[in-house]
Design a protein around this ligand. Structure first.
Ligand code: PMP
Length: 366
């Protein structure tokens, strides 16, 4: 038995993998694999359209928003957002609350003026409340990352902007894990490889009136206007990834929709945070409680000098029991349990049990 707590690419529902496997050699009776079909063929088109329709339904995406399926990952969008939206004033607000929003802000500096809305910090442990933010009234957009995958910081609110400035959000690591009011956003993007599919496809949900104002030098593959006009088929899309993502959308629909994912996410993350809280400091999570991520739970084990040895021991024990990819991101160390949609409550209970036992057996060394 293996339980895969990876931060991404991450676990996919077994049902989805089995369905993909069953159709791999002969997709819908065509005699060929989905991977071998023209992206302009009606056979592929059915999957493409269905994925878009199901996503629109799952998130209640209004008709004045386009859904684009692009390549280049979240990192591609760090640039695409600038190329497409920054030209209006040449300035953008960035709310840096973790490693990924920091990377996005750094990328944006190449294309215009970046206003850092909250003070720079050494360690990311919180989301400063919005009344402390220093927004630039001239900004083309306000950018933030809803869930910081490395640091385990997740917004507990949607920023309220009153001046008509579009809100841009990176939802790569908590996409489809809770309902969102799409109307509040100008643009939402998410790489698929955490909650909704294999690596290789990036979803962009963008309000129509924001399309068409790109910088002259915008590469075609990052150009929202060209992509929207061509239904994301300007060039060859990642057809297999889109197909599998479509299967995941159907799996989410069968499992209570976004509301079902939200309920599970609350149950699963509570299981792990409760063990941390009840361990008298044996386990510690540096993130302020209000904004602790339901998707990525980073924690340390032991006192400062004992940290590495105990963590190595814990990771080895976990591996012995089939629980893998629990090592924290290389930039911060420690342990990180990623609890994306495909991870079950039962699997999370097994991790919680291991943590409790490990605490009981090792607390004296701390
Ligand atoms: N944003 C977030 C929140 C992420 O977690 C990641 C990747 N882990 C990225 C952006 C970058 O995505 P990619 O590797 O697909 O470029």
């Amino acid at each position: 038995m293996v339980i895969n707590f990876a931060a991404g690419p991450a676990k996919l529902p077994e049902e989805v993998l089995k369905e993909a496997q069953a159709n791999l050699l002969n997709c819908n009776g065509t005699g060929i694999s989905i991977m071998e079909m023209s992206h302009r063929s009606p056979n592929y088109g059915v999957f493409h359209e269905l994925a878009l329709r199901d996503l629109r339904e799952l998130l209640n995406i209004p008709t004045n928003y386009k859904i684009l399926l692009l390549q280049g990952g979240g990192t591609g969008q760090f640039a695409a957002v600038c190329f497409n939206l920054m030209g209006r004033t040449g300035v953008a607000d960035y709310v840096v609350t973790g490693s990924w929003s920091a990377k996005a802000a750094k990328e944006a500096e190449q294309y215009g003026k970046v206003n850092l809305v909250v003070p720079k910090v050494q360690k990311y442990t919180t989301v400063p409340s919005q009344d402390t933010w220093k927004l630039d009234p001239n900004a083309s957009y306000v950018y933030y990352c809803d869930n910081e995958t490395v640091d385990g910081v997740e917004f507990d609110f949607v920023p309220a902007l009153t001046n008509g400035v579009p809100l841009v959000c990176d939802m790569s690591s908590n996409f489809l894990s809770r309902p969102i009011d799409v109307k509040k956003f100008g643009l939402i993007f998410a790489g698929a490889q955490k909650n909704v599919g294999p690596a290789g496809v990036t979803i962009v949900i963008v309000r129509e009136d924001l399309i068409g104002h790109h910088m002259k030098v915008t590469p075609s593959i990052l150009n929202f206007e060209q992509m929207a006009r061509n239904d994301s088929l300007l060039n060859t899309p990642p057809t297999f990834c889109i197909y599998v993502m479509g299967l995941v959308f159907k799996w989410i629909k069968r499992n209570g929709g976004v509301a079902g994912m939200t309920k599970n996410a609350a149950t699963k993350s509570k299981l792990i945070y409760d063990v941390i809280e009840k361990s008298n400091g044996f386990y510690s999570c540096p993130v302020e409680k209000r904004v602790r991520s339901r998707m990525n739970v980073p924690f340390r084990i032991g006192s400062v000098e004992g940290v590495d040895a105990l963590e190595k021991k814990f990771l080895a024990k976990a591996e012995c029991q089939g629980m893998i990819q629990l090592k924290g991101h290389r930039s911060v160390g420690g342990i990180r349990a990623s609890l994306y949609n495909a991870i079950t409550v039962d699997e999370t209970e097994q991790l919680a049990k291991l943590m409790t036992e490990f605490f009981q057996n090792n607390k004296t060394q701390n």
